[in-house]
Design a protein around this ligand. Sequence first.
Ligand code: NAI
Length: 331
Amino acid sequence: AKEPVRVLVTGAAGQIGYALVPMIARGVMLGTDQPVILHMLDIPPAAEALNGVKMELVDAAFPLLKGVVATTDAVEACTGVNIAVMVGGFPRKEGMERKDVMSKNVAIYKSQASALEKHAAANCKVLVVANPANTNALILKEFAPSIPEKNITCLTRLDHNRALGQVSERLNVPVSNVKNVIIWGNHSSTQYPDVNHATLTTSAGEKPVRQIVADDEWLHGEFITTVQQRGAAIIKARKLSSALSAASSACDHIRDWVLGTPEGTWVSMGVYSDGSYNVPAGLIYSFPVTCCNGDWTIVQGLPIDDLSRKKLDLTAEELTEEKALAYSCLT
Ligand code: NAI
């Protein structure tokens, strides 16, 4: 039998946490043959709710679940973890300045970076979900210098999956027949959902989505804005932000990272830029990646047209500004 993997979920008493922990305990994230021990962290005002989640995990009697740690102590939460999914953060409240929200999150991610660096298992893989996801991940990277930078990522898989979903709805085909969309850049409304390289599996083989949709107006307009603004549309409809889709996408992100992407398929992940596609190095930026043996690699050599170039640069500029704002909060 396999040794259990320890998976940390921060903000575990929140909405996404509530959807995510049962998925992990059922093997959706790491496979149905992989036992897990869940570590759940939240802050003291949520301690009672967190304990309630722990009670429900016990009550669900998940066969793969070999233990649950529920705590408000970051050191206890981080000790020995192999995977860390960082969902906890400070939400933007009405009337708050961007800088104030950034400052709260910078403080959280700086201190949790230290706890992870000192106490997590060697080679711990980190996924930051909490917004501003790219910049929180960057701060975590900066303050956990002994964790390899390739181990620190942020979630743009939800946006990627939303893009697949929009193409599938438009063409009235199963979503599993669509692949290789790309989310470039920031997990924000400046992200660039790109279908230029996406393909559809048909009875006559794989066809470019662009050729089949053949409606450039939709592809360059409504498709992009729908994906960019989907988060806001969900909040409007549900009066709560996306939780089941965020949790499911977080499982997809970790599963593909750990177990590998299928041959010929890439996915989007926010990773530390090495300057690929002339994206400034030193930003956490969403790229198309393939994964093998627990490592991701940026897909190289995709042609980028002029329209796309502008969009790649625009979202990079926003991330550069966010980075500067985050640094200004450190002093
Ligand atoms: P929520 O407000 O329901 O839950 C957040 C939880 O984090 C709360 O239980 C809160 O007590 C906890 N928390 C706050 N500070 C903490 C700290 N220092 N340490 C540990 N826990 C802490 O929010 P929800 O809906 O679960 O969303 C969580 C985050 O995920 C938000 O920042 C949201 O913007 C982000 N998000 C990101 C997505 C992505 O695709 N990257 C998609 C959807 C949401």
